[in-house]
Design a protein around this ligand. Structure first.
Ligand SMILES: [Cu+2]
Length: 162
């Protein structure tokens, strides 16, 4: 009878032990899975948040952000006549996006800025021609009118990129 009692109590202990083990594994199971879930989701989230490719404008803005400058979008009205540009000096910051609205006050003129491959059409009195460029290089650059001898006659200007 004692043997049976021992066996019964042993089997009871084993059963309760098993039960506890099962509970523990059940309790542990979710905590073990949680990191796995995070691990598998995190790379996906990072991938989806990574832009396919930054545009030139975004890259510039990032560069400007590092040096605490913000790339500006600037528009200048430049008037050309015989034989001048007004203004004859334009100053922008490196990284700015510049739009030039060239207005012809009289004669045949154009606006050429070779450093940035900018050239308006040759326009007549009263006409306008617009060009845009990215001032991504600092320095002083000359713009001029390429019609006839206008440049020699003084139809030049200075672009300063700081
Ligand atoms: Cu001219």
């Amino acid at each position: 009878m004692k043997k049976i009692a021992v066996i019964l109590s042993l089997s009871f202990l084993l059963m309760s032990g098993c039960a506890k083990t099962t509970e523990e594994t059940e309790n542990q199971a979710p905590t073990n899975q949680d990191p796995k879930v995070v691990e598998t989701e995190s790379p996906k989230v990072i991938e989806s948040e990574t832009p396919a490719e930054l545009t030139e404008e975004q890259k510039t803005e990032l560069e400007m952000g590092k040096t605490k400058h913000t790339a500006a979008h600037l528009t200048f009205h430049v008037t050309g006549g015989s034989f001048y540009f007004t203004p004859s000096e334009i100053t922008v910051q490196k990284g700015d996006f510049v739009k030039i609205i060239f207005e012809n006050a009289g004669g045949m003129h154009n606006f050429i800025l070779e450093a940035f491959e900018v050239a308006t059409d040759t326009i007549k009195t009263g006409e306008t021609s617009t060009v845009e460029f990215h001032a991504n290089e600092s320095g002083t650059f000359e713009y001029y009118c390429a019609v006839g001898n206008h440049m020699k006659m003084g139809q030049v200007g200075k672009l300063i990129i700081e």
